[in-house]
Design a protein around this ligand. Structure first.
Ligand code: MLT
Ligand code: ZN
Length: 456
């Protein structure tokens, strides 16, 4: 048919058109396996091109071209996500993969007000290091700190292992620079800690999983770290007990810095994997409660309800404290290496329902002939349930429905991505879904940013 522009023609032109608005060394025609596959090795789909912009104005040029051609854009930063939100989709039109790996570095730190500005592709470890060099701490920290980036954690509103002390990412972010789907750049106005003028667009973008805009720069508030801290590990029979104990673990005037749980089998498996002696007596029943209290570093800030328990391990030396943390932080890697199909869940339930969820998970695991474990952020009721199955059964709907029946959320930290998008209505009402879709439509009318993420 003469005169008609075919989609194949448009697709083949994309790398050249991108090289015209960027430079040729910023454009590739194919993605590498580490860009296509997610952290767990799940493969994504093909790409139309890969771009590495250096600044917001270059992101703007890419998005303008994409909206002119009607080509979707997949945003990728550290690619440590666990819900298929940062890799190219397996179905639908191949996107431009927009990598934030050249938008790195801490650009400014204000030691007086405790504010830091970083490019979206800056790793959490680098943000932490620079903050520490100036006597501050960034409130979000997580096991994937060396790879996960501040932009990616804004997209997912990550909480991490300090969530009980400082809150999730949204509670840390003071300002954002971002680029809308049509290429409009929205700049941050650095300096202010408070701003109540109208809608909280920064809060909206936190947790929006790259569906509303491309975040290019992040301004966060920092915290003064405690002089010292004590780390503790103790066995508990159940998760309700763990949640209650964590609430009273820090004595008056002292602060709780972390409250994590790991089921005891997984904890012991972590000691074997890291070739370390188990600091606790081995048992297959119950959970380990890992606590950290900001105090003088000698355990003086820890409440008696914790220290008087005979099995509590009190770690005051840095090497002991590191070992306890290692056994918690290695859990993601440990579960990813087990043979079988791994199903990961990131859910939260009200504190009173924690043991019910653990019991139902165990029953489901036994019925399916698999193996399961639990670790997570107990103060928030946020459990990362790991289910390894020998066969092809998909336990997702059953487990997430159960979470919904217990009044919980199907995602408390990792987001919805593409892997959990068909279950969003287990948590969100029809009115909420319609409102979210209306926001998406008004900011990204062609639906080009991270298509399939959040919404099917
Ligand atoms: C964690 O808390 O370690 C992370 O959310 C990672 C995971 O769930 O695997
Ligand atoms: Zn987590």
């Amino acid at each position: 048919m003469p005169g008609r522009v075919r989609m194949g023609d448009v697709m083949s032109q994309i790398p050249d058109r991108l090289a015209q608005v960027l430079t040729s060394d910023q454009v590739a025609t194919t993605a590498t396996p580490s860009q296509t596959n997610d952290w767990l090795g799940q493969p994504g789909g093909p790409v139309a091109a890969v771009v590495h912009p250096m600044a917001a104005d270059e992101v703007s040029k890419v998005l303008q071209l994409a909206s002119q051609l009607g080509v979707p854009v997949q945003i990728q930063s550290g690619n440590t996500g666990l819900v298929g939100g940062s890799t190219p989709p397996r179905n639908g039109q191949a996107p431009i993969l927009l990598c934030l790996d050249r938008m790195t570095g801490v650009r400014h730190i204000d030691s007086d007000t405790g504010q830091l500005i970083a490019g979206a592709g800056t790793t959490i470890a680098e943000v932490q290091d620079v903050a520490a060099q100036h006597g501050w701490r960034y409130g979000v920290d997580l096991a994937a700190r060396d790879t996960a980036t501040i932009g990616g954690t804004v997209a997912t509103n990550a909480g991490g292992v300090r969530v009980c002390a400082y809150g999730s990412t949204r509670a840390q972010v003071l300002g954002l620079e971002f680029v809308l789907a049509d290429g409009a750049v929205v700049s941050d106005r650095p300096g202010l800690s408070k701003d109540n003028t109208g809608y909280d667009l920064v809060g909206l973008l936190c947790g929006s999983e790259g569906t509303l805009a491309v975040v290019t720069q992040v301004r966060v508030k920092l915290w003064r770290p405690p002089m010292q801290a004590t780390t503790l590990a103790l066995p508990v029979d159940g998760l309700v007990e763990a949640a209650a104990l964590s609430g009273s673990a820090a004595g008056p005037g002292f602060s709780l810095l972390a409250a994590e749980v790991v089921d005891r089998s997984s904890w012991h498996a972590a000691t074997l994997m890291s070739d370390r002696a188990d600091p606790l007596a081995h048992s297959a029943e119950g959970f380990v409660l890992l606590l950290e209290v900001g105090d003088g570093g000698e355990g003086q800030g820890v409440a008696e309800v914790i220290t008087e328990r005979p099995e509590t391990v009190v770690a005051t030396q840095m090497s002991q404290r590191r070992l306890l943390w290692q056994l918690r932080e290695i859990q993601t890697t440990l579960w990813s290496r087990l043979p079988g199909a791994l199903h990961k869940f990131d859910v939260s339930v009200p504190a009173a329902e924690l043991d019910a969820l653990a019991a139902e998970t165990e029953a489901l695991t036994n019925r399916l002939g698999g193996r399961s474990g639990i670790f997570g952020h107990i103060r928030e009721g946020n459990l990362h349930i790991q289910l390894v199955l020998p066969g092809h059964e998909d336990p997702t709907r059953e487990l997430l429905s159960l979470v919904g029946e217990l009044g919980g959320s199907i995602s408390a930290e990792h987001g919805i991505g593409r892997y959990k998008s068909e279950y969003l209505d287990l948590r969100r009402s029809a009115a909420e879904m319609a409102t979210m879709r209306a926001v998406k439509k008004s900011l990204d009318p062609q639906g080009l940013l991270n298509p399939g993420v959040l919404f099917r």
